[in-house]
Design a protein around this ligand. Sequence first.
Ligand code: ADP
Length: 408
Amino acid sequence: MKILVINTGSSSLKYKLFDMKSNKALAGGIVERIGESQSGISHTVLSNSHENTVYIKKRIADHSQGMHEVAELIVNVKTGVIENIETIDAIGHRVVLGGEKSTSASLINDKVKKAIKENSKLAPLHNPSNLAGIEVAEHIFPGKPNIAVFDTDFHNSMPPETFLYALPYEFYEKYKIRKYGFHGTSHKYVAQKASRLMGKAPGRTNLITLHLGNGCSACAVENGKCVDTSMGMTPLAGLMMGTRPGDFDPAIIGHLLENTDMDKKHLYRMLNKESGLKGICGLNDMRDIHAKARQGDERANLAIKMFSYRIRKQIGAYFAVLGNVDAIVFTAGIGENDHIIRLMACENLSSFGVKIDSKKNKAPSSTPFCIHSELSHVQIWVIQTDEELQIAREAVQVLNTRSKSYEI
Ligand code: ADP
């Protein structure tokens, strides 16, 4: 069975083609800067022995053209991996916000599309692009089943005392203002993998999962289910991120609007693109920040300290939420690769039974590895996330049951 996974952003289209018999990705890539003059496609053919990447610089006017290019690349004699697009059994789509009720992976029909559209108000930067990707795929792969996998699904198990804000209750009733959480597919993937690696049943495992990429979020997982997460109604909340601030006093917004010439548009830009690591030291890529810190740059050092302090504080909070923690799991670009951040995030946690082994922590690995010392009561794992594989797996489950329907 072959599943094409699509993740459509406002100006990008990421894709990965899986052979589900072997659970392996055959090809993948990204169509970038759609609609701009600098657009192009980075396409990689994967095999057991090697990866072969081609970069095609080409003007891609819209997502429809982008998807046509992808379909052509995966069947092309030179760059392709399948004979024709008929070989694809289904298309799995990442959809960021699934709303409140049943958001398990669903076969896409008009009702599901309507629900995705209705939730666009709550995820204006993501849901409209996700829906555009679905409609383009329906057109380019006619007759093939499309399956939506919702990023918020894993967080749907949060109880009301976790997901509600202490605002007037009618805001929740009228406007659905509540915590939804994001990166759910990643948290779910690494949580299940961690349980397997520890030889425990997922339903009996308590974890703190840390997705640290450009966007960052933490999740408290109790008996395999999410009971709290750091992102909120939008992906601005929680931990400090590349260009987003994470939690801060909301009164600052009113203060800025009243006392500066900032308008709403500027404010949103500042919060989404100019805050976080970038706001503190001018850079948002952690590798560049370390390089600058090594040269003695004070702001870069401060950004690193703030970033890891907030992770540590979140870990402490989730110890209080969970009581008993089997493991802390680091994932995504920074979590998987940055031993300095991992070390700083685990500092001062020995009273919780957390002790990192600095030697193990430094050893790079492309497969999951544990970095706790023998004296640690809590395991610490580094696990490479694979949101696309998780989406492909859930798409297969939907195809196998075909009975799931999206309730709104
Ligand atoms: P996204 O949220 O866009 O998927 P990623 O998960 O790819 O992001 O993470 C991007 C972040 O990971 C960037 O800050 C990048 O600097 C960081 N990163 C990637 N590789 C390394 C590395 N070897 N060391 C430190 N940070 C890294």
